[in-house]
Design a protein around this ligand. Structure first.
Ligand code: PXL
Length: 432
């Protein structure tokens, strides 16, 4: 896959073209670049901007378009009207997804577009956008209107959509106690995307967000999924940001692990299920996900602590790591040896009501009896593997659920299995 980033050079690699090369590479995508301007800047100061000549921008576009199959394009810094019109001339003919990140000012205060070019940006660049990703400040400048109770995010997004962008997301439109909200306006849909707030002034989060949105769209995710994906990646990059220079920290996408992202999203969804604390067993819950064909529990990601109940609240204690779970990971490992498509599992409290819903659901369920555990299995401590193996020994279909009713001093348990963590969430919703 080839993704093209059109934007400015940032020698500190915190933002701009250099940041996009890092982000695309993390996703194992070939990054193509067209540099529209050179900036002199670091983690403290923004120096000067030298726009690249029309001829040179044209020659870069020509070189790339004539050679590569381009799957998607991100437009970042386009400094002046001449560059804007040149980019438009080349892109208007292309029928591929384009993400427009309408950057106006850097975190360190440098202007990334000339004031005189903003009208042409609206006229030529915004209509190219499959999705445009302004932050609150940028949206207000583009719409020439401050967001407040009268001029709602929807109204501002509508103004920007009317300029020709198919979809609009205004990031950080509202900040709550512990959360940041993005407002999204699709063609016939509007909604908010919420995630945790991280208080860290950083460089590069906007660039990472728009680059990740483009990647997700190319991977056939819909707009909502793409934005959720990008928000997770961005949040993580802020968490992992590093103080590489003397000034503010630079975001760091790090090594991207799809297993981790999927599991982390589903754990988040799990914790939001109403009254889910009632389904957490005394020994607490782990939620795991494996790579292809795991050979041991070291290749299965789980929570190094557990999902624990604290009164009616749910707390995720610990980090996601390979080898983070022993019991649930062993259950998954055992199932995946016979059914390699199963990559995820979670344990839930054994409740009679849940079992009767499981039985009514007609999903595939197996049971084992812990009182029949052989002595040597108990001594070796391999009771989970034994139980799971016993329950699926003669099975023909992969399990949705496996449960046991416990034994003296052993808590009964239900384990839910699925191809992916989000499928597990769907199964849980059917049985609780
Ligand atoms: O983050 C926006 C951005 C985009 N492009 C370049 C930048 C910045 C911010 O500093 O320098 C070149």
């Amino acid at each position: 896959m080839n993704l093209l980033s059109i934007g400015g050079s940032d020698p500190s690699s915190g933002a701009g073209i250099q940041s996009d090369i890092k982000t695309f590479s993390t996703f194992d995508v070939h990054a193509l670049t067209v540099i529209t301007a050179i900036t002199g800047q670091n983690t403290s100061n923004f120096g000067i901007v030298e726009p690249v000549s029309k001829k040179m921008v044209e020659n870069q576009l020509e070189s790339i378009i004539s050679d590569f199959k381009i799957d998607g394009i991100k437009i970042g810094m386009v400094y002046n009207s001449e560059i804007i019109k040149t980019v438009y001339q080349y892109l208007k003919k292309l029928k591929i997804p384009i993400v427009v990140d309408p950057v106006i000012k850097s975190t360190t205060g440098g202007m990334l577009i000339k004031k005189s070019a903003i009208d042409d940006f609206k006229k030529f660049i915004i209509p190219l956008a499959t999705i445009i990703t302004p932050n609150k400040f940028e949206a207000e400048i583009l719409a020439k209107t401050k967001i407040n109770s009268k001029n709602t995010p929807e109204k501002i997004a509508k103004i920007i959509q009317t300029m020709g962008a198919k979809n609009v997301v205004i990031t950080g439109v509202e900040t709550k106690n512990k959360e940041v909200l993005d407002f999204v306006l699709e063609k016939n849909k509007k909604y908010y995307i919420t995630d945790k707030k991280i208080l860290k002034i950083n460089r590069g989060s906007g660039c990472i967000h728009s680059a990740a949105v483009l990647y997700a769209i190319i991977k056939n995710k819909n707009i909502k999924e793409s934005l959720k994906f990008a928000k997770k990646i961005t949040l993580n990059s802020i968490k992992n940001s590093k103080k590489v220079g003397k000034g503010i920290v630079i975001t760091n996408v790090g090594i991207w692990d799809e297993t981790k992202v999927k599991l982390s999203n589903s754990i988040n969804e799990f914790t939001k299920i109403k009254n889910i604390y009632k389904n957490i067993p005394e020994c607490q819950t782990n939620f795991v996900c494996s790579k292809e064909k795991p050979k041991s529990i070291k290749e299965i990601m789980g929570i190094s602590g557990r999902i624990v109940k604290a009164g009616k609240d749910i707390v995720v204690a610990g980090d996601l790591s390979y080898g983070g779970s022993k019991h649930v990971a062993t259950a998954l490992l055992t199932v995946s040896k016979k059914y390699p498509k199963i990559h995820s599992a979670i344990n839930l409290k054994y409740k009679k009501e849940t079992i009767s819903k499981i039985k009514k659901s007609k999903l595939v369920t197996y049971e084992y009896d812990r009182s029949k555990e052989p002595q040597d299995v108990k001594i070796r401590g391999s009771t989970v593997a034994w139980g799971i193996k016993t329950s699926i020994k003669d099975s023909k279909k992969s399990p949705d659920f496996i449960y046991h009713k416990g034994d003296f001093g052993k808590e009964p348990m239900i384990i839910v299995f699925g191809e992916t963590p989000d499928i597990i969430i769907k199964k849980i919703m059917k049985i609780i």
